[in-house]
Design a protein around this ligand. Structure first.
Ligand SMILES: [Zn+2]
Length: 252
């Protein structure tokens, strides 16, 4: 006679449901347990990458990712900002000054983050190994729409932007990491990520259009790529975006 299969009861909360198969979303379900996996491996086998998880409860008690799941266990999994004072939190605390590294497909989002003043690394040829290593070694939040790279063991901080639209991705990231109070708009080069320095009109003469040189007296320049910035029409559009993001503070 066949032995009855070992089962566990699973429930994922909030935005973690985005990663589940439709039959598992927003409900408690039974899952066949193979061996005695760590709770981290069990969660990832069902879809969600571990950096999106903040609290795991097994039979009501918060556990860390190394917890070995036993047959009959009831496992509840929460994203950030849902459980207050759980005791054990598997997600790392927010950084005072969040820093980022972005997957190759997020080249427009990186420009937005730099425009808000955040240190954000991006190259169009970053390999998965490089992304994971930079995230781990420099304690950077890895932003990627590749769930596989977010599941790498060395990645401790990470987020999967749900939207494919760069402006909506920015709103997601601003909300997820509470960035509105940490923004320093127009302090960083959007092209290369270096911190900008102020420049006298005489320093940028010949490097900006004549009309701009006549109309503006305040400039910034990038010490690395030499790009010059001033408060032009592009700046005004970006300022409108910054103002909209600030309105998100406290919005549901
Ligand atoms: Zn630059």
């Amino acid at each position: 006679m066949e032995q009855p299969k070992a089962q566990v009861t699973m429930r994922f909360h909030g935005a973690l449901n985005d990663f589940l198969s439709p039959a598992h979303r927003h409900q408690t379900f039974s899952h066949a347990l193979r061996g005695r996996p760590s709770v981290k491996d069990l969660i990832e086998s069902l879809g969600p990458p571990h950096p999106e998880v903040d609290v795991v409860r097994v039979d009501g008690a918060a556990v860390d990712f190394t917890h070995r799941v036993q047959p009959g266990a009831c496992v509840e999994v929460y994203p950030p900002s849902m459980v207050e004072a759980p005791g054990v939190r598997v997600g790392p605390p927010l950084q005072d000054t969040p820093r980022f590294v972005l997957d190759v497909g997020l080249g427009r989002l990186v420009g937005f983050l730099r425009m808000l003043g955040f240190d954000a690394l991006w190259r169009n040829d970053f390999a998965d190994d490089t992304l994971a290593r930079l995230s781990h070694d420099e304690d950077r939040i890895l932003l990627s729409r590749d769930i596989g790279v977010l599941k790498r063991g060395e990645v401790l901080r990470g987020y999967f932007p749900r939207s494919t639209d760069p402006a909506e991705q920015l709103v997601e990231v601003v909300r997820r990491y509470g960035l509105t109070s940490r923004m320093h708009p127009f302090s960083r080069c959007v092209a290369c990520n270096a911190a900008l320095t102020s420049a006298e009109p005489s320093e940028v003469a010949g490097r900006v259009p004549e009309r701009v040189a006549e109309q503006h007296s305040r400039f910034q320049q990038c010490p690395d790529c030499q790009r010059v910035y001033w408060a032009g029409t592009h700046h005004q559009r970006m300022q409108a975006l910054v103002d909209r993001l600030r309105e998100l503070e406290g919005a549901p």
